[in-house]
Design a protein around this ligand. Structure first.
Ligand SMILES: *Cc1c(COP(=O)(O)O)cnc(C)c1O
Length: 389
C-alpha cells in the first residue's frame, strides 16, 4: 500500500470516526483494574452511560460487540420456549431474530418490506390477540442500520400499554444511542442494547444493557443458560467500581472522554446535528434522482441514509469506485439489499464540511460508475446546510 495523503473518509454507519481526543485518552498506560484509580474511572463511566441511556437504573457494561449485548438482553430475561415478538424490518432485526431462535425462544416474526420501521399498530394487533400473555418480550430495533428506517419507541410502548400486555420491551439502540433522542426510563424500555462504535464515537469492543426494574425482576426467574452474560455479577459495578473480570481499561478511558464530549456539546444539540445531516443527505439523494430505501417520512433515520441504485447497476461497484478514487468507505447493502443499496453514515464525530465532502465523493463516484444522476445533489445539500442552523 502506498501512502494516501489526507484523511480517509469513514462514512459507514459504524464503526464511526474516533475523535482525536478519544484516541489520545485511550493511549494512556493501562492501569490496575483492581486499583483505586480504576474504581473511580468505572464509577464515572457507568454513571455517564446511564445518563446517556436516560436511566437511573443499572447498566451492565460488557467487553463485547453489540451482538453480545443482544444475547445478554435475551438470556437474562427469558426462558427456553418463551414466545417473543419480532419484526422483519431489516438485516439487524433479522439477525436478532435468528439469535433468539438459536437460543431456543419461540419467535413470532411479523413480516416486513425492509422499507420502514416497526408500525405501532402491528404491535398492538399482535398483543391484543394474545389474551393469555404468551408473548414475553417484544424485540424492536430503534434505528435499523441496514435500511435507514427508525422506529418511534414511545409509540411502541404506547401500543403495548394500550393492549394491556405485560411483555417486556427490548430495544436495540446500537446505531442510535448518543445520536438520536433516547430515554430508557421515560419511554418504559425494559432492556436497552447498545454498542460503542457508532454514536458513542469509540472503537468497537464495548456493549451495554440498561436494565429496568421489571427486567431485573424477570432475570431472577429466567432460565435461559447464561454465564458470561449474566447481569448479576455486574450489577454492583456502578457502586464498587469493580468488574467481575478484566474490563477493557483503555476503551473505558476513551468512553470517559467521549461522554465528556457529548456533555460539552449537549445531547439535544447532538441529536439536532444528526437530524440536520440526515435532511441534507436526503435532499442530495432526491436531487440526484435516486430513491431512499426508507419509504416512511416519519421514520427517516438521523444517522444514516440508505440509497437504492437503479436496476442494472451494482451498488458495490459504486462503492469500489468511490473507495479507489476518493478514499471513502460507504456502507454496503446487507442481506437482501446486497448489491442494490449503499449507505452513507452520518453519525458520530462529523461536521457540515465532513458531510459535504462525503456527498461530493458520492456524487462524483456515481457519475464515474456510470449511474445516471442529475449532478445537483451536492448543491441541494449545501443550500440546506448553509441555511439551516
Ligand atoms: C451495528 C449494529 C448491531 C451489531 O453490532 P455489532 O457490534 O456488530 O455486534 C446491531 N444492531 C444494530 C442496529 C446495529 O447497527
Amino acid at each position: 500500500m502506498t501512502y494516501q495523503s489526507g484523511r480517509h473518509f469513514l462514512q459507514i454507519p459504524g464503526p464511526t470516526n474516533v475523535p482525536g481526543r478519544v484516541l489520545r485518552a485511550m493511549s494512556a498506560p493501562t492501569i490496575d483494574h483492581r486499583g483505586p484509580e480504576f474504581a473511580d474511572l468505572a464509577r464515572e463511566v457507568l454513571a455517564g452511560v446511564a445518563r446517556l441511556c436516560g436511566t437511573g437504573g443499572p447498566v451492565a457494561l460488557y467487553p463485547s460487540s453489540g451482538t453480545g449485548a443482544w444475547e445478554a438482553a435475551l438470556a437474562n430475561t427469558l426462558s427456553p420456549g418463551d414466545r417473543v415478538l419480532a419484526f422483519d424490518i431489516g438485516h439487524f432485526a433479522a439477525l436478532w431474530t435468528r439469535m433468539a431462535t438459536q437460543l431456543g425462544l419461540d419467535v413470532d416474526v411479523v413480516e416486513g418490506d425492509w422499507r420502514r420501521g416497526v408500525q405501532p399498530e402491528q404491535v398492538y394487533e399482535k398483543l391484543a390477540a394474545d389474551p393469555e400473555h404468551r408473548v414475553k418480550a417484544v424485540l424492536v430495533v430503534q434505528n435499523e442500520t441496514s435500511t435507514g428506517a427508525a422506529t418511534a419507541i414511545p409509540l411502541i410502548r404506547e401500543a403495548i400499554d394500550r393492549a394491556g400486555h405485560p411483555a417486556l420491551l427490548l430495544v436495540d439502540a446500537v446505531s442510535s444511542l448518543g445520536s438520536i433522542d433516547y430515554r430508557h426510563d421515560e419511554w418504559g424500555v425494559d432492556v436497552t442494547v447498545a454498542g460503542s462504535q457508532k454514536g458513542m464515537m469509540l472503537p468497537p469492543g464495548l456493549a451495554l444493557n440498561a436494565i429496568s426494574p421489571r427486567a431485573l425482576e424477570a432475570s431472577r426467574t429466567a432460565r435461559l443458560p447464561r454465564s458470561y452474560w449474566d447481569w448479576k455479577p455486574l450489577l454492583g459495578t456502578a457502586e464498587t467500581g469493580a468488574f467481575p473480570y478484566t474490563p477493557p481499561t483503555n476503551l473505558l478511558f476513551g468512553l470517559r472522554e467521549a461522554l465528556a464530549m457529548l456533555d460539552e456539546e449537549g445531547l439535544p444539540a447532538v441529536w439536532e446535528r444528526h437530524a440536520r445531516f440526515a435532511e441534507a443527505a436526503r435532499r442530495a439523494v432526491r436531487a440526484w434522482g435516486l430513491d431512499l430505501v426508507c419509504q416512511d417520512p416519519d421514520g427517516y433515520s438521523p444517522t444514516l441514509t440508505a440509497v437504492m441504485v437503479p436496476d442494472g447497476h451494482d451498488a458495490d461497484q459504486v462503492r469500489k469506485v468511490i473507495l479507489d478514487r476518493f478514499d471513502m468507505s460507504l456502507g454496503t447493502g446487507l442481506g437482501r439489499l446486497a448489491g442494490k443499496v449503499f449507505r452513507i453514515g452520518h453519525l458520530g464525530d462529523l461536521n457540515d464540511l465532513t458531510l459535504a465532502g462525503a456527498l461530493c465523493g458520492v456524487e462524483m463516484g456515481l457519475t464515474l460508475a456510470g449511474v445516471p444522476i442529475a449532478r445537483e445533489g451536492v448543491t441541494a445539500a449545501l443550500d440546506y446546510l448553509a441555511s439551516a442552523v
